[in-house]
Write a new protein. Structure first.
Lengths: 221, 410
């Protein structure tokens, strides 16, 4: 079991549902990021997903797209994101994850990037444009360091596909609540319930539901 | 073992999970039609009746004399319906969409030619159609926007990022991840995730198949060199495929040199030294990006070449030394365009004129018993606003001002 899954399971002993939040590093500034994270941790957020900005975030909707572009336009560099993450993981003792696109890792040097993330106690990665078929090396590097390559389920994923993804995943599974990009409205209807049942039957890993959650009460452990 | 969708170590399919099943289905249909000879036959029938295939190979006698070197032939993709090679790919994908039973198509467009071709195909086959186009390109290619809308397509100006082709591609993907059940994304070039590079190259191979036959008939032997402009690389892949097996034929891809390779304001991936390996927009290739992996702004007078990446198939052929790359600057392009109009009465698109530049530079290196082919990917009259502006043509300016005054009066 990965360190991340252990941490999640420990937390789940005390509460039924955990809350993971997301922010784009460098947007609107690292200072604001720092303050937001401090408040989030003080208010009981369980996990934080820090997105390293990329100029072509194809899976993100207009809000996060804009945040990515503004962050880069304001001069945010990958090196600064790593420094900032190091500061956060040292100060706050909850699991931190990196979300980014594959080119950021690839350009930096995959193994070197993962080593740096490991050194600063990042517990997992979410890379939405890296399916397991393209990410063999990435999966091996993360798993050998006991870090979690978080896999994504989508409403379009078949049960077989989910099982295949889960075998490559660790920590938890990120269940995309709806079709489309991030930040659009989600209907928590019958189809949604069936989808979550399908997710649940495909894996024993904890499930996180994201993309389109608008209120805190929509979270699921 | 060769990994599917890879050309050397370039290519792949870096797609979000939500599109996994969509790509699986697309691959199944594509594999099926590749094996079905009646599909290719239907495609050829359509292209000979709805478009003007085979397009002619024109002997440019005056240009040949002017350079006093090899004989210059021009493959006339401008004579396709809608005025560019884009129709080849679009009509092919249209037939595929019919087989898949989808009712809506979306596409990105840079110069607008791919958008116009897709809008045309959608009108003919009765599909709903949305075209994503960078806001900067909407400005550069306003007449194409007019025609797309007239043919019933919705044109969405993309205001994110650099507001050019790459941003239109991102936006088309964002539409697709929401509407994949009803919608096919008609990607316009030999880029993006597998199977698009292979599929678009397959439909465009019709150019090279024809050109090889035509030059053998017209000139009695193979050409010494073949030139094509390279944005994403679809017209180049189209013509090059006809000659890939003929090792004596030199293949030359010409990229956008913009304001010059040393200025940073260009879109030369393989001809310059500014690009490096990366993964974006669903595939691995040489990208114009910074040391952090963020994509750079590109520049070209030709909207269709103004792109950060290049076909993974071409990156592989470049790496293997099979295709040589050069760059043409904006000002060289205007000169070559001028000469071609004056000498031959032919108006190449600004994109295509890049190929002419390099061919003109090298024509006199060839002997009188040798020939070269330039792939004229499209016609230039769509660029009238850009070209007139670049020439600073006074009578055109006067006309525009007068027309604007009339519109203002109402």
């Amino acid at each position: 079991m990965s360190k991340l899954e252990e941490a999640i399971r420990t937390r789940l002993r005390d509460r039924e549902i955990l809350l993971m939040t997301h922010l784009v590093l460098g947007y609107p500034s690292f200072d604001v990021n720092r303050e937001v994270i401090r408040q989030m941790v003080e208010n009981g957020v369980d996990l934080i997903e820090m997105q390293i900005p990329f100029s072509e975030p194809m899976a993100d909707g207009p809000m996060i797209l804009k945040a990515n572009q503004e962050s880069i336009a304001r001069g945010a560099k990958v090196g600064q994101c790593l420094e900032f993450a190091k500061e956060m993981t040292a100060e706050f003792h909850i699991p931190f994850l990196f979300m980014t696109y594959y080119n950021i890792l690839y350009k930096h040097g995959l193994e070197e990037f993962i080593n740096r993330a490991h050194d600063i106690n990042i517990q997992g990665f979410i890379v939405p444009d890296l399916p397991p078929e393209e990410g063999r090396e990435y999966l091996e590097h993360l798993k050998s360091r006991n870090m979690a390559p978080i896999q994504i389920f989508a409403p379009t994923s078949s049960k077989e596909r989910m099982q295949e993804l889960a075998q490559n995943g660790a920590g938890f599974i990120y269940c995309v609540a709806r079709r489309g990009v991030t930040g659009q409205k989600t209907d928590f209807d019958q189809d949604f319930n069936e989808y979550i049942k399908r997710c649940r039957s495909a894996t024993g890993l904890p499930l996180a539901v994201g993309f389109g959650i608008r209120s805190k009460s929509d979270g699921q452990g | 073992m060769k990994k599917k969708g890879y050309y050397g170590h370039w290519g792949g399919a870096f797609v979000p999970e939500v599109l996994f099943e969509t790509f699986k289905e697309l691959n199944v249909f594509f594999e099926e039609v590749k094996k079905d000879s009646s599909f290719w036959h239907e495609y050829l029938q359509l292209m000979s009746s709805y478009s003007c295939r085979p397009t002619p190979l024109t002997y440019a006698e005056n240009l040949s004399k002017h350079f006093a070197g090899g004989h210059i032939y021009i493959k006339r993709e401008d004579l396709n319906h809608t005025g560019a090679h884009k129709a080849n790919n679009v009509m092919g994908q249209g037939l595929l969409v019919k087989r898949m039973g989808k009712k809506r198509v979306i596409a990105e467009t840079g110069a607008g030619q791919h958008g116009v071709a897709t809008a045309t195909m959608a009108a003919k086959f009765g599909f709903d159609c949305t075209i994503y186009m960078g806001e900067e390109d909407v400005q550069r290619q306003r007449p194409n926007v007019f025609w797309m809308e007239k043919m019933g397509a919705t044109v969405v100006p993309v205001t994110d990022g650099s507001k050019t082709l790459k941003d239109a591609i991102n936006e088309a993907f964002r539409d697709w991840v929401t509407n994949m059940d009803s919608t096919h994304y008609v990607l316009g070039t030999v880029c993006g995730p597998h199977p698009f590079p292979e599929m678009v190259a397959w439909f465009q191979s019709i150019i090279g198949i024809e050109a090889r036959e035509q030059i053998l008939q017209a000139f009695g032997k193979l050409p010494d060199r073949v030139y094509a402009c390279v944005g994403g690389g679809s017209n180049a892949m189209g013509i090059f495929q006809g000659f890939l097996q003929d090792e004596q034929v030199g293949l030359v891809g010409v990229e956008a040199g913009g304001k010059g390779l040393s200025t940073g304001e260009h879109a030369a991936r393989l001809a310059g030294s500014d690009a490096s390996p990366g993964v974006a927009q669903g595939y691995k290739t040489m990208f114009l990006q910074d040391s952090d992996g963020q994509m750079l702004d590109t520049h070209s007078v030709a909207a269709g070449l103004d792109y950060i990446g290049v076909s993974p198939i071409l990156s592989d052929l470049w790496e293997k030394g099979r295709v040589r790359f050069a760059a043409a600057t904006d000002s060289e392009v205007m000169e070559a365009l001028d000469l071609t109009m004056k000498k031959e009465g032919i108006i190449p698109a600004l994109e295509s004129a890049h190929g002419f530049v390099q061919a003109f530079k090298e024509a006199s290196d060839l002997g009188r018993d040798e020939a070269l082919i330039i792939n004229m990917s499209g016609r230039g009259d769509k660029d009238i606003f850009t070209i007139a502006n670049a020439y600073g043509d006074p009578s055109w300016k006067e006309f525009i001002i007068e027309r604007a005054e009339q519109y203002k009066k109402g």
